[in-house]
Design a binder for this molecule. Structure first.
Ligand code: CAA
Length: 263
């Protein structure tokens, strides 16, 4: 499928999806969500891809939210369909077995913040701005923001941001734990790709096991989460990387992870 609203590229086992409607600040229209969902499906089928990076076209915006020109004409039934489509896509993103990094280069508003919140972590340019401004449109977040934001930054801080529809800077987002790192805008992609490359060089099975244990555990009570960790830890021994990593340590050399399963 050729894409018109996103750019999908794969280089050195790192996939990048760039939201690409710069004239509308990369707002999420129906077509973009469809293409995004399709690309996520392609990534989940491609075992060679080790990390996914998301970013926005142009200097100004990551994603400025759902396309308001579409929302303006909706009835409740259409709104439900749109929200379900967004949720399905963003859930698929969150459930990818590989790490996903959001490289937030500018505005991440509404659905844009909600996509970033479903990534494994966020690096932001010093020009980035975050917010869930839906309340200013007479709406509420509809792509997971009322659920993922409080889980990440705490219930009361999330309520303040959502009730006010307030926009915050990258450094404020860093202070409240929404963003892992703030970097000068010109070096954002370089920094993100460096981190992605370091993750891609680790054991494939162990990275997947770590992500799965953390995500599944965070949705459970501690006792269940700890049991999930036992299973995920033992799963690492199904791959050759565990043998390679431990032997390399004992032999005082660098490991060469190949990601293969034990024969
Ligand atoms: N939908 C549709 N078009 C959008 C858009 C959006 N979310 N955000 C920006 N645009 C368009 C503008 O209409 C404008 O188009 P024209 O040039 O044709 O007029 C173009 O992008 C540039 O935007 P501005 O001129 O407004 O740029 P600015 O620098 O003055 O302001 C901004 C930037 C603060 C991001 C402002 O555009 C803005 O507030 N955008 C809307 C943000 C928003 O409310 N997002 C939430 C959407 S609802 C949602 O996301 C629901 C959900 O959870 C599913």
């Amino acid at each position: 499928m050729g894409y018109e609203n996103i750019i999908f590229a794969v280089e050195n086992s790192i996939a990048t999806i760039t939201f690409n409607r710069p004239k509308a600040l990369n707002a999420l229209n129906h077509e973009l969500i469809k293409e995004f969902s399709e690309a996520i499906g392609k990534i989940s089928e491609n075992e060679a891809i080790r990390v996914l990076v998301l970013t926005g076209s142009g200097e100004k915006s990551f994603v400025a939210g759902a396309d308001i020109t579409e929302l303006a004409t909706f009835n409740a039934f259409q709104a439900k369909k749109l929200s379900e489509m967004g949720h399905n896509t963003i859930n698929k993103l969150q459930e990818l077995p590989i790490p996903v990094i959001a490289a937030v280069n500018g505005f991440a508003l509404g659905g844009g913040s909600e996509i970033a919140l479903a990534c494994d972590f966020i690096y932001a340019s010093d020009k980035a701005k975050f917010g869930l401004p839906e309340i200013t449109l007479g709406l509420i977040p509809g792509y997971g923001g009322t659920q993922r934001l409080p889980r990440l930054i705490g219930k009361n801080r999330a309520k303040e941001l959502i009730f006010l529809g307030k926009m915050i800077s990258a450094s404020e987002a860093y202070e409240i734990g929404m963003v892992n790192k703030v970097v000068p805008s010109e070096s954002l992609m370089e920094e993100v790709l460096k981190t992605a490359g370091m993750i891609a060089s680790k054991g494939k099975v162990s990275i997947r096991a770590a992500k799965q244990a953390i995500n599944s555990g965070m949705n459970s009570d501690l006792a269940t989460g700890l049991k999930i960790e036992i299973d995920a830890f033992s799963l690492c021994f199904a791959g050759e990387d565990a043998r390679e990593g431990t032997n390399a340590f004992l032999e005082k050399r660098k490991p060469e992870f190949k990601g293969a399963l034990n024969k």
